[in-house]
Design a protein around this ligand. Structure first.
Ligand code: SF4
Length: 362
């Protein structure tokens, strides 16, 4: 098994060996309003048990690269420090699939780098303060940016996970995310910098799901709710098909954000490093597309990308339908004023109180 993000960043010695998945904890200390959580609570596996397992698979299975695949790697500093001390003398390379930005202090990332860490995946979700409140992310924009800057400093590749389309998301919040992430593009052109985007999915057991029910988006009868839940297995969160639309835009318009954010960041990347230098160094088609896309002024390229995306995904009839709705049946302003945790908003609904910003869809 090989991963394109990872193989760029690890040494030849590890590449000739096998990869293995490892867990050092279960669950997460966070309580983000969109997250279904695989495990309630947070618990760590004894450091001695983890290190003994690693030692054994490294010897018996010729493993050179470990993939820590838990939901929240590193939140228990004491246990993690013992594992890091072992990894440092092991000579292995490793990646962490989910790290909270607050965990990634300078001291921690420096020690991880010295212990063979090559890649960290951050569930940053947004770089808009408003959206971080809606998500109850318990990380400020500055925490997110600082974690990314430090990874750049210590030459640890990053994968940035984003969730788009939660209540309160607007063109402005998307713009904030783009401009903040553009400010931490690595100086080193050889360092891998990837974005992974998902649409907000209302998953049972989350405040996001309860919010969707209160707003009447899940269905008006138990059978409709059953059908919605049944349909959840049919798609992944990076597809628009299952998105319930928690914005004041048409659903077709929300779709283009998935391409817009990466394209704008690629443009920022080209501006930072120089288009010719990037095209010479990176042999990926997306940089060529971004070079052409970036020739247009921002408002024009946004317009073109939005309607091109609608056309590509929904066809001519879908585009005509969207334009008709925009001209004659504007969506009411309902969601864009949402600026606090969905968990808190649900309490208003449950107490039967009117929510001052949010008007229920009629
Ligand atoms: S999104 Fe990540 S940080 Fe938030 S609760 Fe889920 S696993 Fe934890």
């Amino acid at each position: 098994m090989k991963s394109c993000q990872i193989t760029h960043t690890i040494g030849r010695r590890a590449l000739k060996k096998n990869m293995a998945t490892v867990f050092a904890s279960k669950g997460c200390v966070g309580r983000c309003t969109f997250c279904h959580r695989y495990y309630k609570g947070y618990t760590t596996i004894a450091a001695e048990q983890v290190t003994e397992y690693i030692r054994r698979i490294a010897e018996e299975r010729n493993v050179g690269l470990l993939l820590f695949q838990e939901e929240d790697f590193g939140s228990n500093a004491a246990v993690t420090a013992k594992i890091i001390a072992f990894l440092k003398q092991s000579g292995l390379n490793w990646t962490a699939s989910a790290v909270r930005a607050k965990t990634a202090t300078e001291e921690v990332l420096k020690s991880w780098k010295e212990a063979g860490c090559v890649n960290v995946n951050f569930g940053i979700e947004s770089c808009s303060p408003k959206m971080l409140s809606v998500m109850e992310k318990s990380a400020r924009v500055e925490d997110n940016l600082n974690a990314l800057r430090l990874c750049n400093k210590y030459r640890i590749a990053t994968i940035i996970g984003l969730v788009i389309g939660m209540p309160g998301e607007t063109e402005e919040t998307i713009g904030e995310t783009i401009s903040n992430l553009a400010s931490v593009i690595p100086d080193d052109i050889s360092l891998v910098y990837e974005i992974c985007l998902n649409f907000f999915q209302a998953v049972p057991g989350t405040p996001g799901y309860d919010f969707a029910r209160h707003m009447g988006l899940i269905g008006s009868s138990p059978r409709e709710e059953e059908l919605y839940i049944e349909s959840l297995h049919e798609t992944t969160a990076n597809e628009i098909s299952h998105y319930l639309n928690f914005t004041d835009y048409e659903k077709e318009e929300v779709l283009y954000w998935k391409d817009y954010i990466p394209m704008e960041l690629l443009c920022a990347y080209l501006r930072k490093h120089g288009t010719l230098k990037v095209l010479k160094y990176k042999k990926s088609r997306r940089f060529y597309y971004a070079a052409v896309y970036g020739l247009f002024p921002r408002s024009i390229r946004r317009f073109l990308l939005k309607y091109y995306t609608v056309l590509r995904h929904y066809g001519v009839s879908g585009l005509a339908d969207l334009i008709t709705r925009k001209l004659f049946h504007q969506r009411p302003k309902v969601y864009s004023g949402t600026d606090r945790s969905l968990r808190e908003i649900n309490k208003y609904f449950e107490a039967g109180k009117p929510w001052p910003i949010l008007k229920k869809l009629s």
